[in-house]
Design a protein around this ligand. Sequence first.
Ligand code: UDX
Ligand code: ADP
Length: 478
Amino acid sequence: MTIRRICCIGAGYVGGPTMAVIADRCPDVQVIVVDLNDQRIAAWNDADLGRLPVYEPGLDAVVGRARGRNLFFSTDVDGAIGEADMVFISVNTPTKVKGLGAGQASDLRWVEACARQVAKAATGHTIVVEKSTLPVRTAEAIKTILEAAQDPPGNGDVPRTFSVLSNPEFLAEGTAIRDLETPDRVLIGGEDERSIQSLAAVYGQWVPDDRILRTNLWSSELSKLTANAFLAQRISSINSVAALCESTGADVREVARAIGTDSRIGPKFLQSGPGFGGSCFQKDILNLVYLCRHFGLPEVADYWESVVHLNTWQQHRISRLVVQRLFGTVTGKRLAILGFAFKADTNDTREAPAIRISRDLLEEGAQLAIHDPKVEPSQISRDLRLESVVPDPETGTTSQALSGQGSWWTAGSVEQAVAGADAVLILTEWTLYRHLDWKDLAQRMRRPAWVFDARSVVDRAEVQSAGLTYWRVGDGAQ
Ligand code: UDX
Ligand code: ADP
């Protein structure tokens, strides 16, 4: 079956870039991305490509080439499903906040709603592709819902039938376009050989066949969780060693280089920092933990859960350390937070380390001036569950300063953020922060002043020669 029309439900960080690249690489396939959120769809259709709802290097060029040609964004979910040969489900699956499995299991209400909508609106044979990160065996639930809606054999000329595939997404935000255009591998899980072939033929337009792996449904779903758990585990491992380096005089960068040259270990994902964030790592590990407990494997569950515990600990450790260095109190003190996104080159803040660290400091009564080149102030406000304040333009502080109540505001530039600050915390590795003029910034700060570099992006000698006290993660020399 040759695929001519694709519908993708969910125009988020996964659905948007993935479909843009498919449309770009397959000009003969019509791709419609649908979403219930009309503001999001309007932003994807914005004539100004600088205002797409997802910030991702190179995305504007890809959307610019394909949009209006064979790439469309719409809120007409049923219409797009009805016309499609293949429907991707790419909706959000956050961790459940209440009920059975709260705090660990994924909330599948949006996936289930999608399956029911596909069951209702599809025509002819439809291949349904699971693209969201889902717990193992979700495809079974989708299949059951769809099978209940299938036409019995012999019913009409073109009976409504379905087959379900799992096609996990391995793109990392910030490098999504590169990851989609030259993937290490594409994974397709399923039972129906013809459907697998149809999807493989779509990717085959730009991905070499030996990089398209075919597995059964459950292996495909479990591979996604396992890949993310392994990657996250490397980060917790190196962060645990960073803490030991700080106490013993070693340098975590040197240790990472030394172990990374062992070809069995490899150099990637050994960057110590403020812990991992993003929409996948924590959620996927907690999913794995839930599954293991469900299947009677508590030791395996505990093993993976410790990766998340170490990550949370690392974030609290950094905020504690800041308080301790600033003479045991940050109440009323001005701190500059540089970077709020969970990593550079994205406007995504889901599970960003900056959230937990900022909340800890607000709890201690700090006054935070937050700078990020791409994150909207309204997003920061939702993440901190606190409205911003307007500081006094003269003093750069607020009337709440000594009341003990923490407060925050956004700074339009790094210079504004550091004005009058006692300390700078670098929490995201934006390139901009690698080239700061520390002599100039130091003049704007209140002395004695500190730089806490949780991403190892600045030059120690430069900061120290500007008269600032420097701390960076995993450096035992300080
Ligand atoms: C991840 C997976 O990499 C991707 O394959 C999957 O599809 C989705 O989840 P993403 O979360 O977008 O992608 O970004 P990633 O580059 O993996 O970074 C995740 C977090 O780990 C970030 O907070 C990043 O700063 C942190 N990280 C990464 C480190 O702290 N150190 C490292 O060495 C690498
Ligand atoms: P991801 O990172 O997985 O792409 P996002 O939250 O960025 O997650 O995007 C998921 C999108 O899916 C959201 O824009 C949301 O509005 C959309 N969505 C959720 N449920 C449905 C549904 N039933 N029909 C259409 N769109 C949906």
